[in-house]
Write a protein of this length. Structure first.
Length: 103
């Protein structure tokens, strides 16, 4: 299983990941909350959520983080074999000149 961990954009860690090094965003109408694509999630600690983040795009295997519970908006679970759940798209890091002209 894989997990999409949605961070609160108003939290310090959410602000850090909103400025870059995230795997996408979710818009709630007012804010864009950064999303991390994770291989593993553990919520049994009293103060922190442990996540093991997929870092293949960055040339590393994974990144381990301990995120305060208050900084996590939601965690979505999806199957590893398929694509992202309905409603989630992969956002490219760089918009090509050709795509920007078609908008």
């Amino acid at each position: 299983m894989r997990y999409l961990v949605v961070l609160d954009a108003r939290s310090p860690i959410g602000g850090c990941y909103a400025s870059g090094n995230n795997d996408g965003f979710i818009n709630d109408g007012n804010l864009y909350h950064p999303v991390l694509d994770c291989l593993e999630v553990a919520t049994d600690a009293p103060y922190y959520v442990f996540v093991k983040r997929n870092m293949e795009k960055q040339g590393r295997n994974y990144q381990s983080l301990h995120i305060p519970h208050g900084s996590v908006v939601a965690i979505y679970c999806y199957a590893d074999e398929g694509s992202k759940p309905c409603g989630f798209i992969v956002t490219p890091n760089v918009v090509s000149e050709e795509n920007s002209q078609n908008r």
